[in-house]
Design a protein around this ligand. Structure first.
Ligand SMILES: Nc1ncnc2c1ncn2[C@@H]1O[C@H](COP(=O)(O)OP(=O)(O)O)[C@@H](O)[C@H]1O
Ligand SMILES: [Mg+2]
Length: 314
């Protein structure tokens, strides 16, 4: 069943169409990645779903609640980590006090508050930091407090807007691990905005690529990647003259593209079962020493670049 359903969702800011008749289905329990360049409309989509903004047209349902008809119910079951999440914790209060304050704001029953805060801070490896002022925590730890804040009221849907964009690689990795652990333990549905492709590839099981407020492509991450594998890119690592190797490859009519790197050339080959050996033979006969001839794993980046720059339409 879909936990988030978006129908023709549109948001105009004056002349600008930030979200343009978007349709999207997000199945319950998935970690869904909304990918797109800056200005694509990711944050606006999150603000619409979290009922901070009113759509110009169309609507969406979070669980069974319509964002226009039942915004209060939507907020009850939704946890949000906004783009500037550092601003969602008070720097002058301790980690614990922040969570206590927000738990009361979210109407978490008073007697449940201490156990709930301990559970979450422990889960995030922050229990020993509970008495540190939020403003004195590292950015990564503050982001984890903001995540605790977002899940205090046990939401079933989490909207995370660029959850790791302000973090150093180590802190970002920890937050990604925590997202995966959260999903495993509490089985929420996640919608994660990101422009960080390797991150999305690691964390999200489904993705949509959007640009100019429109969905360009969506599907299971694995399937989108395997579609790409039909392109058959190979890395040929050689000892010797890269330029010569490259010109040999370019001279063969089944080679579609060649990219040179320091010790390798990257080639896209049509019908590799037939053609790889001719390319190899040709290179060997001209004195190129091949150290490695290996299939390159297709990445989401290839797909993203093709879709966003190439303008493939749905
Ligand atoms: N409150 C606003 N008023 C006017 N324009 C806005 C507002 N919020 C966003 N925009 C514009 O809408 C477009 C989409 O922005 P946004 O949703 O923030 O994109 P993303 O999060 O993908 O970077 C951008 O062109 C942005 O400048
Ligand atoms: Mg944004």
């Amino acid at each position: 069943m879909n936990e988030i359903t978006i129908f023709g969702l549109t948001k105009n800011f004056g002349e600008l169409v930030a979200v343009d008749h978007m349709d999207l289905n997000i199945p319950g329990g998935t970690i869904f990645g909304l990918l797109g360049p800056n200005g694509a409309g990711k944050s606006t989509t999150t603000r619409l779903l979290s009922t901070l903004l009113q759509p110009t047209d169309g609507t969406a349902r979070v669980s069974e609640f319509d964002i226009i008809q039942e915004p209060v119910r939507v907020r009850e079951i939704t946890g949000v980590l906004p783009e500037e999440s550092n601003r969602t914790v008070y720097p002058g209060m301790t980690a614990y006090e922040n969570l206590e304050y927000f738990a009361r704001l979210y109407d978490v029953p008073e007697e449940e508050i201490p156990a709930r805060i301990e559970e979450l801070l422990t889960f995030m490896d922050l229990w020993d930091r509970k008495d540190d002022k939020a403003g004195e925590l590292s950015t990564g730890n503050r982001q984890r407090v903001a995540l605790c804040r977002a899940i205090l009221h046990r939401p079933t849907v989490l909207l995370l807007d660029e959850p790791t964009s302000s973090l150093d690689p180590l802190a970002a990795k920890r937050v990604r691990e925590l997202i995966l652990e959260l999903s495993k333990k509490y089985k929420q549905t996640f919608l994660i905005n990101s422009h960080n492709l390797p991150e999305v590839q690691r964390v999200c099981n489904r993705i949509a690529i959007i640009d100019e407020g429109k969905v360009l492509l969506q599907g299971k991450t694995q399937e989108l990647r395997s579609q790409l594998l039909s392109k058959q890119k190979f890395r040929i690592r050689i000892v010797g003259d890269i330029e010569k190797a490259s010109s040999i490859a370019k001279s063969m009519n089944f080679v579609e593209a060649v990219k040179e790197e320091v010790d390798s050339i990257l080639v896209t080959i049509e019908d590799p079962t037939e053609n790889n050996s001719s390319l190899m033979q040709n290179m060997l006969s001209q004195g190129i020493k091949i150290v490695e001839f290996a299939e390159e794993e297709a990445t989401l980046e290839d797909l993203y670049l093709e879709v966003v720059k190439g303008g493939i339409q749905k």
